[in-house]
Ligand binder design. Structure first.
Ligand SMILES: Cc1ncc(COP(=O)(O)O)c(C=O)c1O
Length: 487
């Protein structure tokens, strides 16, 4: 991994100097036409710092974030976002750059992007990639477009079927469908695994491929993956890896070694960048040699000493996003990789798996555990017995956790587990926090039998009480001003 060197710009200039390159600093007065430069200050609302701080602090208190408490939201990898990420994302050299500045003036950013693609290609066992997609689902869609381009180039447009385990995240079938594929759902076996014999049934000339995540959404490692990959490839298909669960396997196994041809990563999960309210994230995509010529343009490349955005790719699927992707998120991910290094990233996965298994063992006597085997970074409990015996659902447990300042786990997913509680502690929590969570979960299971009504009322300590979630989903009030009026 090459070392990144950032130099501060000279005052009054935009862009920044790239150490091994002759490109001069660029003066903003030269860069912009005179008639484009503002003559008067912009008319912005004025407020004292105190008011602004109060406003944003008040807003932040209405929300729940990882900085406030434990956030074991399965599948989402809500790990701590190190503050040093913010520092590098805030560097002038990155921030002062305009997305339309030519490559010669964007060398530092392009070098960062090049290094990030190289590092993540190494982590995934792929050849090269694109940083353009803005989310995991966007990465999946990009991957599916790459599959389409591959089959089109081979004259195999009759390959229309994408196999999809029934434990798959909802975005997987949605992305494959909007890219024009037909979805074939594969039923998991009694161990929660994809059954190779079921995959074999669909291995014919209409097969385009399979989308999988490994470990799967139950937190279980698909041990037959090599057999499955062999069958899919033999039938002429491709394998797509949903890298949302990469936090479990970094430094241990690469998707490329498992036979996958294309991978997306959720930088806002494994690589410690913020999720925001569903974003802004980044879902970069990495591919092996089969798909490399179809990568979206521009492709970040190196020509001699110069980093470039190359459009010289006639088979490319074209642009999948504006400009260079979500640069701020990419810088944060690169920082995280550099501060951890190869060994550090392996530690991340080891501790994530250790923490998940610790919780699984501590909680399995108090909730149903449908798939009782050593898990990877997450595991799925069920409130089925609590529901049957006391009328307490997974939703009631989730609401009870809110009263204890703990964000609930993901509930009712994966769909194949009734009353699912999907728990992912991540590696960034202490043993004390995990023990505190265990204590609360056990106490909620006890309250379920002794005083179920109190749990139906929860949350009582949160800013917003129990809401009608069905109504909220069916008739969302998305306008801020209407929401204020309705309050
Ligand atoms: C397993 C899995 N796949 C895909 C996604 C989609 O990622 P994004 O939310 O970034 O679109 C998620 C998101 O939670 C996920 O958990």
């Amino acid at each position: 991994m090459s070392r990144l060197i950032f130099e501060k710009s000279r005052p009054g200039t935009v862009g920044y100097r790239y150490p091994n390159c002759d490109v001069p600093y660029c003066d903003s007065k030269e860069l912009f036409k005179q008639n484009l430069i503002r003559r008067e200050p912009a008319r912005l609302p004025e407020m004292g710092e105190n008011e602004v701080i109060r406003h944003f602090t008040e807003l932040s208190r209405r929300n729940f974030g990882i900085d406030l408490g434990f956030y074991p939201l399965g599948s989402c990898t809500m790990k701590y976002n190190p503050r040093i990420n913010e520092k590098s994302a805030g560097l002038d050299g990155f921030n002062a750059l305009h997305p339309l500045q030519p490559d010669e003036q964007s060398q530092g950013t392009l070098e960062m992007m090049y290094d990030l693609i190289a590092s993540l290609s190494e982590v995934t066992g792929m050849k090269w990639g694109t940083l353009a997609p803005f989310a995991g689902a966007h990465g999946e869609f990009t991957g599916m477009k790459l599959f389409k381009a591959y089959f089109r180039a081979r004259g195999e447009m009759g390959r229309t079927k994408i196999l999809m385990p029934d434990s798959a995240h909802g975005t997987n079938p949605a992305s494959a469908h909007i890219a024009g594929f037909d979805i074939v759902e594969i039923k998991s076996d009694s161990r929660g695994h994809v059954d190779p014999s079921v995959v074999r049934e669909y291995c014919d000339e209409t097969l385009a491929g399979i989308m999988m995540t490994n470990p799967n959404t139950l937190g279980i490692f698909e041990k037959e993956i090599m057999e499955i990959a062999g069958m899919i490839h033999e039938a002429g298909g491709l394998l797509y890896y949903d890298g949302a669960n990469m936090n479990a396997i970094m430094g241990k196994v690469m998707p490329g070694k498992m036979g996958f041809d294309c991978v997306h990563l959720n930088l806002h999960k494994t690589f410690s960048t913020p999720h925001g309210g569903g974003g802004p994230g980044a879902g970069p995509v990495f591919v092996n040699e089969k798909l490399i010529e179809f990568l979206p343009t521009p492709v970040v490349e190196k020509e001699g000493e110069l980093y470039i955005n190359s459009f010289n790719h006639s088979l490319s699927i074209g642009r999948v996003g504006g400009f260079h992707g979500n640069i701020g998120v990419l810088i944060r991910a690169m920082t995280y990789i550099l501060i951890n290094g190869e060994d550090g990233l392996t530690d991340v996965s080891e501790f994530a798996v250790l923490n998940a298994n610790y919780l699984r063992e501590k909680l399995k006597d108090f909730y149903d555990l449908p798939y009782d085997e050593v898990c990877k970074h997450e595991f799925v409990l069920s409130a089925k017995s609590l529901k049957e015996n006391y009328g307490i659902s997974a939703l009631d447990i989730a609401k009870g956790l809110l009263d204890k300042n703990i964000h609930p786990p993901t509930i009712y997913f994966p769909l194949i587990v009734e009353e699912a509680l999907m728990i992912e502690p991540t590696e960034t929590e202490t043993r004390e926090t995990l023990d505190g969570f265990v204590e609360v979960m056990i106490s909620l299971a006890k309250i379920a039998s002794s005083d179920p009504d109190s749990l139906h009322m929860a949350p009582v300590n949160a800013l917003v009480g129990r809401v009608d979630e069905v109504l909220a989903a069916r008739k969302p009030v998305v306008n801020y001003f209407n929401a204020e009026e309705e309050r």
